[in-house]
Design a protein around this ligand. Structure first.
Ligand code: FES
Ligand code: FES
Length: 153
């Protein structure tokens, strides 16, 4: 039995340790907010946090999460209180089809945790690994800047 912490809860998984973390999250734990896009680490749709760092869960084996803490989109809100970036996503009506958006938000959260005041260029650089087929990039940037600006001072 493999034990990992997901969204603050210790969970046990009876799976092959080499199984992609994405499959364990979606199929064994029912956390379907994290999406399968390319499956080969290229699109960012499957982004979750492993001990606070953004990782591609399609390219991360469950074994890499042993003894670590995984956060998915389902774990971002604190009770009823959405994460400020989730609020900004709503304010700016960011999603179109929505498929890539969990990964976009998880990457954006990691960005602002590392750099609370990113420049436009830093936002573009950081987010370039998260692909959006609907082209919501301008709204993603606006939402990130909204939260970054609100942290000024
Ligand atoms: S599904 Fe993981 S990077 Fe595309
Ligand atoms: S909102 Fe459709 S792929 Fe990004």
């Amino acid at each position: 039995m493999l034990r990992i912490t997901v969204n603050g809860k210790l969970v046990e998984l009876d799976v092959d340790p080499e199984m992609p973390l994405l499959y364990a999250l979606r199929e064994n734990l029912g956390l379907t907010g994290t999406k399968f896009g390319c499956g080969v680490g290229l699109c960012g749709a499957c982004t979750v946090h492993l001990d606070g760092e953004p990782v591609r869960s399609c390219a991360t084996p469950v074994s890499a999460a042993l003894g670590s803490s995984v956060t998915t989109i389902e774990g971002l809100a604190k009770g009823e209180a959405l994460h400020p970036l989730q609020e900004a996503w709503l304010d700016n009506k960011v999603p179109q089809c929505g498929y890539c958006q969990s990964g976009q938000i998880m990457s954006a959260v990691a960005l602002l945790e590392e750099n609370a005041q990113p420049s436009d260029e830093q936002i573009e650089d950081w987010m370039q690994g998260n692909i959006c087929r609907c082209g919501t990039y301008p709204r993603i940037k606006k939402a990130i800047k909204q939260v970054a600006t609100s942290k000024k001072g």
